[in-house]
Design a protein around this ligand. Structure first.
Ligand code: 5RP
Length: 224
């Protein structure tokens, strides 16, 4: 099975955990795209009734196109379950997210959810976080100065660009990726980064997830 098939496997498996009447946080990314496809099929074929709370404009558009009812984060009074992808997950279920530049909205939805589930192919499971660059969402004003500070701290910052253009988040912020390789103490670094003026949110998702579904050759592995 290639990586895409494993992503599809976990996306469809996760959709089985969604029950009629639920308010569901919908993550962002290529794995979540399969989840939203699967939920759209359930809405159309089984008459499943859910409210989706999307974590990006991309996910919102996909959900609406499939007939899923969508509400904004401030239009719901609770979220039963949020299902999202991740870029890295360690053995203690701590994660890095933000590869799709959506980690600010993803975290707001996650911390307002009763339960959080991550869906990943097996390549995302790691012993130590950090090989995947840690994203920071930062406001554009002063981001050049912030990059200099991060550089002096030895955190190897890089402003995220695509096709030579600076990537903008859905909140019209920039993303700075920290190329750290191995992060010994995510909690310590999280505290340090979030205090920096201009950093809106960082990509550690620590002590947040309840269930992880890992896509494997032999079938999806559900870990609670
Ligand atoms: C977006 C994210 C995604 O969940 C993460 O990047 C995983 O994406 P994919 O499923 O495409 O591998 O955090 O900001």
């Amino acid at each position: 099975m290639d990586q895409n098939e494993l992503k599809k496997q976990v996306g469809y498996k996760a959709a089985e955990f969604v029950e009629d009447g639920m308010t569901v946080g919908l993550g962002t990314g290529s794995t979540v795209k399969f989840l939203v496809d699967a939920l759209g099929e359930r809405v159309q074929n089984e008459g499943l009734k859910i409210v989706g709370v999307p974590t990006s404009d991309r996910t919102r558009e996909q959900a609406l196109s499939l007939g899923i009812t969508v509400k904004g984060i401030d239009e719901v009074d609770h979220i039963d379950l949020t299902i999202d992808g991740a870029d890295e997950i360690d053995n203690n279920f701590q994660g890095i997210k933000g590869g799709g530049a959506a980690h600010l909205w993803e975290k707001i939805v996650a911390i307002n959810s009763t339960k959080n589930m991550w869906i990943v192919d097996a390549s995302k499971m790691v012993d130590t976080l950090g090989k995947f660059p840690l994203p920071l969402e930062v406001i554009p004003y002063g981001s050049g100065q912030l990059i200099k500070k991060l550089d002096k701290m030895g955190l190897k910052p890089e402003l995220r660009k695509r096709d030579g253009e600076i990537v903008l988040t859905d909140s019209k912020n920039y993303v700075i990726d920290l190329h750290l390789d191995a992060i010994e103490d995510p909690h310590d670094l999280e505290k340090e980064l979030i205090q920096m003026v201009g950093v809106v949110e960082q990509g550690f998702f620590l002590d947040l997830v309840n269930t992880v579904i890992v896509g494997r050759e032999e079938g999806p592995q559900v870990i609670d």
